[in-house]
Design a protein around this ligand. Structure first.
Ligand code: NAD
Length: 436
């Protein structure tokens, strides 16, 4: 099929490449000319394992192209995937839909025959119907244009496998024709047994935001338990492990620590909270407000522990930070919990030296005030306290005795509860963990 992808960020570029890999002809557009130039050269401007080889393969096969012309994509596609950003609004914390509206307007102006616009961006309930009315009013093809919502659940770091073989495909549609088109587009994963769930537009929009709300709640739940464990003298890591054997609870996302960040969960729960407020659903407003507050509190707690470890004041103290990406396997630093902690420490006068295996270039661009080291050992040189803030496998492989030789004091705060504390203690380190 002939498909287009609008917006080539983390979601859109991955989607374009994976659709081409499924055998479709794909043309992608972005308003950022740099992204288009790089992608057309076979370069992925962010860290995503496996994406670049697949991009090159699709370019060489002639199944994927890039353009900056809306006229061209309108002519090209039977279905147009909307993958632009929906960041947090500065005002009420709701979603800023400016990019969705701009893209829909730019496309609509050139739509002169029957086609389907498929939203993949994460949006507040009601957006799809608004986009439908908007494009029908502006498009020369008017009522021949349909809108579907097909929310995306990919995880950065696993984006390729999640796109090619998702847990489920959600199709929010208003007609059998739209459903048929989506079934054709996703024929391969559907034939491989991926469940295809068909529903109305509003439910499809809500599936995505409620999935993220649930995951955020699960993370904040175990972090609230960490607070209880600290107050009661218990151990949240053992608690989480014991809970996770109950199949109704499960292991995934039940990991205590510094909490969630990134370009999705924080802004999505705030946007959902703003939606619930406008719908008058008080229970969700207070639930998500608490989930967010618990999560933000983790960052404060780590800064408190660092101050404590530094002897009551951070002024002039050397702090090594291991990991700045919001999670391992990604160079995404949007709403990075680690960078938030770095800010707090620096505001108190700490001399912070940070390291990350892949996110340093992105972090250095965004945070020129922060000092970065080429290796974990370089970051730790002369440190009064070491903070483990992103759980990269590289940091679990560190020899505690070797790192111990370069620091000034052997104190590490494992804010991700991921290190082998026994090993570090055996090498003479004091190990502080959240929830212990
Ligand atoms: P992003 O900021 O990386 O990418 C958005 C892209 O859209 C940018 O390249 C931007 O230049 C482009 N853009 C903006 N306006 C445009 C326009 N009018 N025309 C064409 N391009 C335009 O964001 P992202 O992380 O890819 O997220 C996109 C959407 O997908 C968001 O709604 C997000 O919540 C959702 N989502 C993201 C992920 C993820 O893991 N990143 C997963 C699931 C869903």
């Amino acid at each position: 099929m002939r498909l287009t992808v609008i917006g080539t960020g983390y979601l859109g570029l991955t989607h374009a490449v994976c659709m081409a890999d499924l055998g479709h002809q794909v043309l992608a557009i972005d308003v950022d000319p740099d992204k288009i130039t790089k992608a057309a050269r076979g370069e992925v401007p962010f860290f995503e394992p496996g994406l670049e080889p697949l991009l090159r393969k699709s370019l060489e096969a002639g199944r994927l192209g890039f353009t900056s012309s809306y006229e061209e994509i309108a002519r090209f596609g039977e279905a147009h995937f909307l993958c632009v950003g929906t960041p947090q609004d500065d005002g009420d914390g709701g979603a800023d839909l400016r990019y969705v509206h701009d893209a829909a307007d730019a496309l609509a102006a050139h739509l002169s025959s029957r086609c389907l616009i498929v939203g993949k961006s994460t949006v507040p309930v009601g957006t799809a119907r608004h986009v439908l009315a908007r494009v029908r009013q502006a498009a020369p093809a008017a009522d021949q244009v349909e809108v579907a919502w097909n929310p995306e659940f990919l995880r950065e770091g696993f984006a390729v496998q999640d796109s090619l073989r998702p847990d489920r495909l959600v199709f929010g549609v208003t007609s059998a024709w739209a459903e048929g088109l989506l079934r054709e587009i996703y024929a391969q994963p559907l034939a491989a047994g991926v469940p295809g769930l068909v529903m109305d537009l509003e439910t499809a929009e809500l599936v995505k935001v409620s999935a993220n709300a649930f995951l955020a709640t699960k993370i904040s739940f175990i972090n609230a338990m960490a607070e209880v464990c600290e107050a009661a003298g218990a151990d949240v890591v053992r608690l989480a492990e014991a809970l996770s054997h109950d199949e109704r609870i499960g292991r995934r996302s039940l990991v205590p620590g510094l909490g969630f960040g990134g370009g999705c969960l924080p802004k999505d729960i705030r946007a959902f909270r703003a939606t619930a407020m406008s719908l008058g659903v008080e229970s969700v407003v207070s639930l998500l407000g608490e989930v967010d507050a618990i999560n933000r509190g983790r960052r404060v707690r780590v800064a408190d522990l660092a101050r404590q470890a530094a002897g009551g004041s951070l002024a002039g103290k050397r702090v090594a930070v291991l990991g700045v990406a919001f999670k391992p396997n990604s160079d995404d630093i949007r709403d990075s919990p680690s960078l938030d902690v770095c800010d707090r420490l620096m505001r108190e006068g700490a001399l912070v030296s940070a390291h990350d295996p892949v996110a340093m270039a992105a972090a250095a661009r965004a945070r020129p005030d922060l000092r970065f080291a080429r290796t974990a050992a370089e970051a730790a040189a002369g440190a009064d306290v070491v903070l483990h803030l992103t759980e990269w496998p590289e940091y679990r492989a560190i020899e505690p005795a070797v790192l111990g030789r370069v620091v000034s004091r052997r104190i590490i705060i494992d804010a991700r509860c991921a290190l082998d504390a026994g090993l570090w203690r055996a090498a003479g380190w004091t190990v502080l963990m959240l929830g212990q």
